[in-house]
Design a protein around this ligand. Structure first.
Ligand SMILES: Nc1ncnc2c1ncn2[C@@H]1O[C@H](COP(=O)(O)OP(=O)(O)O)[C@@H](O)[C@H]1O
Ligand SMILES: [Mg+2]
Length: 254
């Protein structure tokens, strides 16, 4: 379980102090899929850097499974917007290196990497280097790496934002299938309301910077999620609620 308590962060810009995160408290329970939606520049990636321990908050605490991990690195798996693969390693070696990081022996990691790639229908490109793969394929490999790191918490920062609409829909389906078979605690950043509603158990809506939590919403749709969940009247209502929240927060600052 991931818990952020009263997180604040500001950056210095010349002589000015610019607040980015203002008293953010959020929770991701074990095996829960939680999304953060907020306007661009609201501080979502900053929040991930704090969770990953790359930077420290000015105020507040970060707990994982009850332990204070504020400022500690290496405890979560992280997937950025652009696939982060080692360009000098084959696709299979990119996967096996994640398994080795998680404690698997090198020999076993090699075997498991091949089996995993088969399972996600990328067995055919196991020996290729990442740059030869399409954007969608690279994101699959990148996500698989994050999954196989075997951390208790996965943080995904707009992983599909750079993909075209069709590939994106396919990737959402793919991610859900994989996650539903092996539930991890996921914190997922997106600016797509539909994507958040499609994937999540809960959603936090953030205000523009300095980000505060405007609302926490439960997403009631049963799992496994149907691909047509977006036709549910409750989906439409929730979507409108989030749009209003985001719209109001914009116009109140204009
Ligand atoms: N290292 C930094 N130094 C100064 N300002 C930063 C730094 N990192 C982020 N910011 C500022 O913090 C704000 C939030 O950025 P970011 O977390 O990337 O937003 P988001 O991911 O929600 O789009 C932006 O105004 C950005 O310019
Ligand atoms: Mg960002």
């Amino acid at each position: 379980m991931l818990e952020l308590r009263n997180i604040s962060k500001a950056y210095r810009r010349g002589k000015e102090t610019v607040p980015v995160l203002n008293d953010i408290s959020i929770r991701v329970n074990a095996g829960e899929f939680v999304s953060l939606i907020g306007p661009s520049g609201s501080g979502k990636s900053t929040l991930f850097r704090l969770i990953g321990g790359v930077e420290r908050p000015d105020g507040g605490r970060i707990n994982i499974d009850g332990n204070d991990v504020t400022g500690k690195r290496g405890l979560i798996s992280y997937m950025p917007q652009q696939a982060a693969l080692f360009p000098w390693l084959s696709v299979a070696d990119n996967i096996s290196s994640a398994l080795v990081t998680a404690g698997t022996s090198k020999k076993e990691a090699k075997e498991q990497a091949v089996a995993w790639l088969d399972r996600i229908h990328l067995g055919g490109v196991a020996k290729e280097y990442p740059h030869l793969l399409s954007g969608g394929m690279q994101q699959r490999v990148s996500f698989l790496r994050a999954l196989l790191m075997r951390r208790n918490v996965m943080c995904l920062d707009e992983p599909f934002a750079a993909l075209d609409a069709l590939t994106r829909a396919e990737m959402q389906r793919w991610l859900l299938d994989l996650w539903e078979a092996d539930r991890r605690s996921v914190l997922f950043v997106t600016h797509s309301i539909e994507e958040a509603l499609m994937l999540s158990d809960r959603i936090y809506v953030l205000s523009p910077a300095p980000a505060t939590v405007l609302r926490e919403l439960d997403v009631p749709f049963e799992r496994p999620r149907r691909a047509e969940v977006w036709t549910d009247p409750a989906f439409v209502t929730l979507k409108r609620d989030v749009l209003e929240l985001l719209g109001e927060s914009h116009s109140s600052r204009a």
